[in-house]
Design a protein around this ligand. Structure first.
Ligand SMILES: [Zn+2]
Length: 539
């Protein structure tokens, strides 16, 4: 049977037996072997393909925590502070002031059909515009006659204009809701916090569906972003996965030219613990080569910069009250015990160290009742964990997926808090580690995430916690085998080894040679997924 041998300037395999080589043989979408041309030719009749001869091959990058809704968001207007690439490869310049945000929305409004069509934007990052909050009057300047809404980068706040409040029946005095702050005139300022406050207004500004859901065109756009970032497998971390969405995802990812492997987790919401465990088992059976299902996601607390994360003593530096439990501790205990019993994996979002502590306590208790080897329960974000907590994770058999992009995007604001995303401690303690973007919160791009973990540099150039920096090799492992391990896919993807899927990131530059400070600038030519070639320029 004929097969293909690809030559490359260098192949970084992540296989300790042969970390670096020049040729890889692919048959039926899988890796037949790596080595020299002579060695591989021994398999018999083959074609030699030299198209990567000047390029670097790495295992296809694995994004261990993102959301496919990033693909959906690009149909709205990008209002972020930093430059960002869209699925077409176009770079949108960051909006550096409230005025720039308004101007961008004005331009978009001018192109809309109909005088009262809604206008929606995303990725607003008010933290960069000084002390002044964005209010409804700012957005009124963009389009006073239309409902306008802009979702914040965190996804937890929606800013709307006067018209949108009016349509939702909220432009009136006497509103008493913790998620709807009022201005000096007694009317809502236009800032809406939390799903409770956001959803009823969201439908009037064009966010007409569950924001965590991703429709067909969004799923397609998301995969195009993956190719541009060298990603072949991406975790979609908080989907509700109703049956019609699963059907759509199976159909779309089942197309031969759909260019990404998606691991979609079912979020604990709208279901009891026994129901979600049954559903996870059912979903697992539906898994295909390019759509993996059956893992559960639990969100245990909020975010640090939103002061909704649960912190231990001494609490928030600015004196803010402690954050929120998103899932009651009793439910966490029930969740872990039943999942361990039934062999279902759980990934749990914790940001604050108190949340991390509670999750470990609950898991330890559950493990005593249902001992489970190799469960790989994973802490997601886990940004404030200390060394003792990493030791406990190791002892409990947990994995961790840290969020170094925070150092760059919000590091200057986090400056007062140390020890965030302690990658070096995780590695030194032997906790299996991945690192992630949480796209759309920050852009999908594992090489950028690796750069963040290696340099820990904030947007203003400050180094945040130099002792927690990791080396390039460790970071590259975290964005391939490390992330694959947390998804229990490391036997199949994450390295270039005989028998694994032929998933490669095709790079223009060598990430091992370019230098730590330039890691984020490594050019991505495209990907190979299951032996199929996807050049970014044609995607
Ligand atoms: Zn997330």
């Amino acid at each position: 049977m004929s097969f293909t041998i690809y030559s490359a300037r260098k192949i970084i395999t992540m296989n300790p037996n042969r970390p670096e080589t020049t040729h890889v043989a692919v048959r039926d979408g899988r890796i037949l072997g790596t080595g020299t041309l002579e060695e591989l030719a021994g398999w018999g009749a083959h074609e030699l393909d030299d198209r990567f001869a000047d390029r670097i091959l790495m295992p296809g990058l694995v994004e261990g925590h993102s959301h496919t809704m990033e693909g959906t968001f690009w149909r709205y207007i990008y209002c972020g502070f930093f430059d960002r690439m869209d699925p077409n490869g176009h770079i949108w310049e960051g909006a550096r002031s409230i005025e720039a945000v308004v101007e961008r929305l004005q331009e978009a409004a001018a192109k809309l059909d109909g005088p009262d069509a809604p206008l929606a934007g995303w990725s607003l990052d008010a933290i960069y515009y000084g002390d002044r909050r964005v209010d409804r009057h700012d957005l009124d300047k963009a389009a006073p006659e239309r409902p306008v809404g802009v979702l914040n980068a965190s996804g937890h706040i929606l800013n709307v204009n006067t018209k949108a409040l009016e349509l939702a029946g909220l432009l009136r005095p006497g509103i008493n809701h913790p998620g709807i702050p009022l201005g000096s005139d007694g009317l809502p300022t236009g800032e809406l916090k939390g799903p409770d406050a956001m959803t009823p207004v969201g439908i009037h500004v064009g966010f007409d569906r569950d924001l965590l859901a991703c429709d067909e065109s969004g799923l397609r756009q998301f995969a195009r972003l993956c190719v541009r970032a060298g990603v072949t497998t991406a975790a979609d971390l908080a989907n509700l996965l109703p049956q019609d969405a699963v059907k759509m995802m199976l159909r779309v990812t089942g197309e031969a030219d759909y260019p990404a492997r998606i691991v979609s987790l079912r979020r604990l919401q709208n279901m009891t613990v026994p129901e979600i465990v049954d559903r996870a088992l059912e979903l697992r059976e539906m898994s295909t080569e390019k759509l993996r299902l059956g893992i559960i996601k639990v969100v245990s607390d909020g975010s640090i910069q939103g002061f909704s994360a649960r912190l231990r003593w001494p609490g928030y530096y600015n004196g803010a009250p402690n954050g929120l439990w998103y899932v009651p501790p009793e439910q966490l205990r029930e969740m872990f015990a039943l999942a361990l019993e039934k062999g279902v994996q759980v990934h749990t979002h914790t940001n604050g160290d108190e949340a991390t502590e509670l999750v470990m306590e609950c898991l330890e208790e559950a493990l005593r009742r249902h001992p489970a080897p190799d469960h790989r329960f994973t802490l997601q974000h886990c940004q404030l964990a200390d060394a003792a907590q990493f030791r406990r994770m190791k002892a409990l058999g947990m994995c961790v997926n840290l969020f170094p992009n925070h150092h760059f995007y919000w590091g200057d604001q986090h400056y007062a808090m140390t020890r965030m995303n302690a990658c070096a401690t995780a590695v030194a303690t032997g906790v299996p580690m991945a690192i992630h973007s949480d796209a759309p919160v920050t852009p999908l791009g594992p090489l950028f995430t690796a750069w963040c973990a290696v340099n820990r540099q904030t947007a203003s150039g400050r180094i945040l916690g130099e002792n927690e920096r990791i080396d390039v090799a460790t970071a590259l492992r975290a964005i391939t085998l490390g992330a694959a391990y947390t998804l229990k896919l490391d036997g199949e993807i994450g390295s270039i080894e005989t028998g694994k899927r032929a998933d490669f990131a095709v790079l223009e530059d060598d990430p091992e040679e370019i230098g730590a400070e330039k890691l984020k600038d490594v050019g991505v030519w495209g990907t190979v997924l299951g032996g199929r070639i996807f050049p970014a320029a044609e995607i």
